[in-house]
Design a protein around this ligand. Structure first.
Ligand code: 5AD
Ligand code: FES
Length: 392
C-alpha cells in the first residue's frame, strides 16, 4: 500500500507558490478601527465554527469582509484552517473519487449560462447508448471507482423506460457500486421508479435560492419546482445533492446568504459549488468568471455550516485555476469527480469554456488526480463513500 503523507500544520501552511491563498501576513491590523473590525470578524468565524451557523446578518458581514476587508487574507486563512480541522474531524484526510459519465448533451432547457442550452444551435449534440454507458462503468470499475455519476441535460428521449432499464443493468453488473444520477427535473414518480431500479443518489443543484435571481437565469422554470424536486428526492430516500455557482453576473452577497440559508435548512447529503465560467455561445459570453477565492471561501463556510456534507472540489474550480481543486480540498472539500466519459464525447459536454480533462483518458485522469490529492497531503479513498447518516 502506498504510504500517505500526513497533513501537518506545516504542510498546511502553503509551501508551494501555487497555494498562495490566504497566507496571513500579519495578524495585527494597522489602525485601531480596523483592529476592532478585524476582531469582530474573527469572532464571527469562531461562532460559525462553534455553532455550525451564523445569522444572516453575520453571514453577510463575513462575506462582505472577505470581499474587501483590510485583513481579508488573515480572516480567509483562519476560516480555511477551521474548515480543514472540521473536515479532518469528520472524514479524516481522505478524498472520495466518483467517476463521472456524461450521458447526453441534449437539453430542453435554456439556462442562460449553460453551453448545452437548447438555444445554442452550435452545440454538437450526442447521447450515449446503453452499451457505451456500461462500457464506461466497466472501465471505471477496473480503475477502482465504486460510484458512477450519470449526468446529462434534460434529454426528452431519456424516458423512464430507457433510464430505469439503464440503471437496472448497471445495478446488476456492479452490485456493490453507488449509482448517482444528475439528470435534472423529473416527476416524483420518475424519481421513485429510478430509485426502485437501483439509483442511490441524485444531484440537482438548486442554482439559486433567490426567486428573482433564479428567474433571470432560468427562463420558463420555477424555483418552487426545483425545491419540490429536491424535497421529493429526499423523501424517496436518495442521498441528495444541491448547490449553486459562484460569481454569476449580479450575484451579490445577499443572494449568496439566501443560498447558504436554503442549504442549511435543506441539509443535503452533498453540495456542489463551483465558479461560473462563461461559455462563448451563450448570452453571458462577455461576462467575467466567478472568483476562485470566493468559491473556496464558500466551500469553507459550508464545511463549517454542514459539517458532514460530502463536498466536491469541482471541475469548474480546477478549470479556472491550475490547482483550484487542491485549494478546495485544503478548505474542507472531500470529493473529486474525475471524468469517465468516452474520449470522443468529452469536448461535446461543453457547459463552459476551458473545461479541463477533455483530452485525457479515464486512466490518465485517475492517476493525475491521485497525485494531486497526495501532493496536497491527503489520501484517495475509492470506497462508495456514502454520507455517514444515510440509511442509519
Ligand atoms: N459555468 C460553471 N458551471 C456551470 N454549470 C452550468 N453552466 C456552467 C457555467 N457556465 C453548472 C450548473 C449545473 C452543473 C452541472 O454545471 O450549476 O448544475
Ligand atoms: Fe441544460 Fe443547463 S441548459 S443543464
Amino acid at each position: 500500500m502506498k504510504s500517505v503523507k500526513v497533513l501537518t500544520k506545516k504542510s498546511f501552511e502553503f509551501e508551494d507558490q501555487d497555494f498562495k491563498r490566504g497566507e496571513p501576513k500579519s495578524m495585527i491590523p494597522s489602525t485601531e478601527e480596523s483592529a476592532k473590525t478585524f476582531m469582530e470578524i474573527i469572532t464571527l468565524v469562531e461562532k460559525l465554527s462553534e455553532d455550525s451557523d451564523l445569522d444572516d446578518q453575520g453571514l453577510l458581514r463575513l462575506l462582505d469582509y472577505l470581499d474587501d476587508g483590510q485583513n481579508a487574507t488573515a480572516v480567509r486563512a483562519h476560516l480555511t484552517e477551521l474548515a480543514h480541522q472540521r473536515r479532518m474531524a469528520v472524514y479524516g484526510n481522505r478524498v472520495f473519487l466518483r467517476g463521472l459519465i456524461e450521458i447526453s448533451n441534449y437539453c430542453k432547457r435554456n439556462c442562460v449560462y449553460c453551453g448545452i442550452r437548447a438555444g445554442n444551435p452550435n452545440a454538437d449534440r450526442y447521447r450515449l447508448r446503453t452499451d457505451q454507458v456500461l462500457e464506461s462503468c466497466r472501465t471505471g470499475y477496473d480503475l477502482g471507482y465504486r460510484t458512477f455519476v450519470l449526468q446529462g441535460g434534460e434529454d426528452p428521449t431519456h424516458t423512464d423506460v430507457f433510464l430505469t432499464s439503464l440503471v437496472r443493468q448497471i445495478r446488476d453488473a456492479f452490485p456493490e457500486c453507488a449509482i448517482t444520477l444528475s439528470l435534472g427535473e423529473r416527476s416524483r414518480e420518475s424519481y421513485q421508479a429510478l430509485y426502485d431500479a437501483g439509483a442511490d443518489r441524485y444531484l440537482l443543484r438548486h442554482e439559486s435560492a433567490e426567486e428573482h435571481f433564479y428567474q433571470r437565469f432560468h427562463p420558463g422554470m420555477r424555483l418552487e419546482d426545483r425545491k419540490k424536486c429536491l424535497e421529493d428526492l429526499k423523501d424517496i430516500g436518495y442521498q441528495v445533492g444541491a448547490g449553486f455557482m459562484v460569481g454569476l453576473p449580479g450575484q451579490d452577497n445577499t443572494v449568496l446568504v439566501e443560498d447558504l440559508r436554503y442549504l442549511k435548512t435543506l441539509d443535503p447529503h452533498m453540495i456542489g459549488i463551483g465558479p461560473f465560467i462563461p461559455h462563448h455561445e451563450t448570452p453571458l459570453a462577455e461576462q467575467a468568471s466567478g472568483s476562485v477565492d470566493k468559491t473556496v471561501d464558500l466551500l469553507a463556510i459550508l464545511r463549517l455550516m454542514i459539517p458532514k456534507v460530502l463536498l466536491p472540489a469541482t471541475t469548474a474550480l480546477g478549470s479556472l485555476h491550475a490547482t483550484g481543486r487542491e485549494l478546495g480540498i485544503r478548505a474542507g472539500a472531500n470529493v473529486v469527480m474525475p471524468n469517465l466519459s468516452p474520449l470522443e464525447v468529452r469536448e461535446k459536454y461543453d457547459l463552459y469554456d476551458g473545461k479541463i480533462c477533455t483530452g485525457d483518458e479515464a486512466a490518465e485522469c485517475r492517476q493525475c488526480i491521485q497525485k494531486r490529492i497526495e501532493n496536497t497531503g491527503f489520501a484517495v479513498d475509492m470506497a462508495r463513500g456514502d454520507h455517514p447518516d444515510w440509511r442509519n
